[in-house]
Design a protein around this ligand. Structure first.
Ligand code: NDP
Length: 515
């Protein structure tokens, strides 16, 4: 492995290349890697045996902290290609010419499971893409569902805890799962739950699922005209899912089936693609919505805000090293480029802090120097961002570590609108509890999904009831099961009744009362 100071490798008269000779980590050639230094043949080991110590000590440090949510994932490189002109909406250089390609890295993941957990679990899927653009690295840190369980980031840690393991038993806990989600203040999750327990809750492969920004973003063109934007990446392979029963069986037979599918398809040249669309909304239109444009639990009806095609994402290159290029990949929605800006969506605002902070914890403050995270298609120049653990990029050499008049630097290389000034916020600083709205507004889109979308898919309404019932039947508390039924009855009475009937049938086989 070369270091920046390494001289070019050489070959000796016997054809041995000097960069293939096995060494300790300080470069000392090892003659006998599988022998240990001992006192006599069977005596104790010597502390001076650096080859052994080096080997054992580094092995102890191979694992880095796994991501808290999204620990389990797979990734591949590819490119984004512009197919349609959207320069009236966005001035980012990556969109400036039809046919232009930008190199990308995409990481797919599950959310709640640990790093080694199974691929075929019922869970949202992460769909994060890093674009190595000439204006800096841009991360679209999206999910395979268009909405989420919360709309206030203060709830995120508690919510994720309830989807992970019970602190005492260390088991997944259906009572805890539903206790959180059926509390009136948390029922705002009902839309996401209806998607999660529908067929789309268990994608067959990463190639067969869509990606959605979920959040509202703000994009502007070069004149400073701006829109709210949502992004959709629709799979060109078709949406395909497993039933709960198929998924449980596959989790036992091949827990890495999605990872294997992605790697092997790319390896044999069957590169998956997604068509990228945007929905756009003006500020005026947003004021007429029956819900807030910053509400992550809502979608924008496509009849009102049609999908407009932008380009293609293609994944055609497997990583050469999973740890270096996927485990160490650091995605954060705060990594953005000119003309693409976060909206005031509070969960997105929270993620602007939390993701980069998680990468500093996992990889260290110089995580942006790891090759897969470097903004190598643009330039990184900021001699204030200096020192810190594992600084390996030369640390700006002798550049002053403050802005000196003697230094040749520029703060702004091009003039562009400062987008923050386009919306004006005012009011007192208040603790705002954005709980479930009065009336049924937080249930309307879940009901639309059930009645308008799932009704057109053969048996989909029944499978939604079945999938919820077999999960909630695991609750020890019958009262908890009743809370689940009561919440889904607000989506649709028949849905609630079907869930209750199936839980009752399972209860009767477990000696529990009917609902
Ligand atoms: P549309 O009929 O225009 O859109 C329906 C959407 O539902 C399509 O995007 C479709 O995706 C998606 N869909 C189909 N089956 C499922 C499922 N099991 N789980 C989640 N999504 C599914 O109607 P509206 O725009 O008025 O939305 C109606 C409902 O559809 C919403 O309340 C929401 O639950 C859901 N939806 C809406 C989206 C949007 O952006 N408006 C996006 C995704 C879901 P595809 O075309 O890829 O098959």
């Amino acid at each position: 492995m070369s270091c920046p100071y390494a001289k070019p490798s050489q070959m000796d008269a016997n054809g041995v290349r000097d960069d293939r000779v096995v060494t300790t980590s300080n470069g000392f050639p090892i003659n006998e890697p599988f022998a240990t230094q001992r006192v006599g043949e069977h005596g104790p080991l010597l502390l001076q045996d650096n080859a052994l110590l080096d080997n054992l000590a580094h092995f102890n440090r191979e694992r880095i902290p796994e991501r808290n949510p999204h620990a389990h994932g797979s990734g591949a490189f590819g490119y984004f290609e512009v197919t349609h002109d959207i320069t009236d909406i966005c001035g980012s250089a990556m969109f400036d010419t039809i046919g232009k390609r930008t190199k990308t890295l995409t990481r797919f993941s599950t959310v709640g499971g640990e790093k080694g957990s199974a691929d075929t679990v019922r869970d949202p899927r992460g769909f994060a893409t890093k674009f190595y653009t000439e204006e800096g690295n841009l991360d679209w840190v999206y999910n395979a569902t268009p909405v989420f369980f919360i709309r206030d980031p203060s709830k995120f840690p508690a919510f994720i805890h309830t989807q992970k393991r019970n602190p005492q038993t260390n088991l997944k806990d259906a009572d805890v799962f539903w206790d959180y989600l059926t509390q009136p203040a948390n029922q705002v999750a009902v839309h996401q739950l209806c998607i999660l327990f529908s067929d789309r809750g268990i994608p067959q492969t990463y190639r067969n699922m869509n990606g959605y920004s979920g959040h509202t973003y703000k994009w502007s063109n070069k004149n400073g005209d701006w829109h709210y934007v949502q992004v959709h990446l629709k799979t060109d392979q078709g949406v395909k899912n497993y039933t709960a029963e198929e998924a449980a069986q596959i989790a036992g037979q091949n827990p890495d089936i999605c990872h294997q599918d992605l790697f092997e398809n790319i390896e044999k040249g069957n590169a998956p693609t997604w068509t990228v669309y945007i929905q756009t909304m003006t500020e005026e239109e947003s004021k007429k919505l029956p819900f807030s444009v910053f509400d992550l639990t809502k979608v924008w009806p496509q009849s009102q805000f049609p999908l407009r095609p932008v380009g293609k994402l293609c994944l055609n290159e497997n990583p050469q090293n999973f740890f270096a290029q996927v485990e160490q990949a650091a995605f954060a929605p705060s990594n953005t480029v000119p003309y693409q800006e976060a909206s005031a969506d509070p969960v997105l605002q929270g993620r602007l802090f939390a993701y980069a902070d998680a990468q500093r914890y996992r990889l260290g403050p110089n995580y942006h120097q790891i090759p897969v995270n470097c903004p190598y298609a643009s330039k990184f120049f900021n001699p204030m961002i200096r020192d810190g653990p594992m600084n390996v990029n030369g640390n700006f050499g002798s550049e002053p570590n403050y802005f000196s008049d003697k230094t040749n630097y520029q703060f702004v290389q091009q003039s562009r609108p400062i987008q923050q000034h386009q919306e004006v916020w005012n009011g007192p600083a208040v603790p705002y509890h954005w709980v479930t709205e009065a009336g049924d507004i937080d249930f309307v889109q879940a009901t639309d999904l059930y009645r308008k979308v799932l009704s057109k898919q053969d048996g989909a309404q029944g499978r939604l009831a079945h999938n919820i019932a077999i999960h909630a039947a695991n609750c020890k508390s019958v009262d908890m099961q009743k809370r689940v039924v009561s919440m889904f009855s607000r989506v649709d009475e028949q849905l609630g009744k079907n869930i209750a009937d199936e839980i009752s049938a399972i209860n009767s086989t477990n000696g529990k009362p009917k609902l």
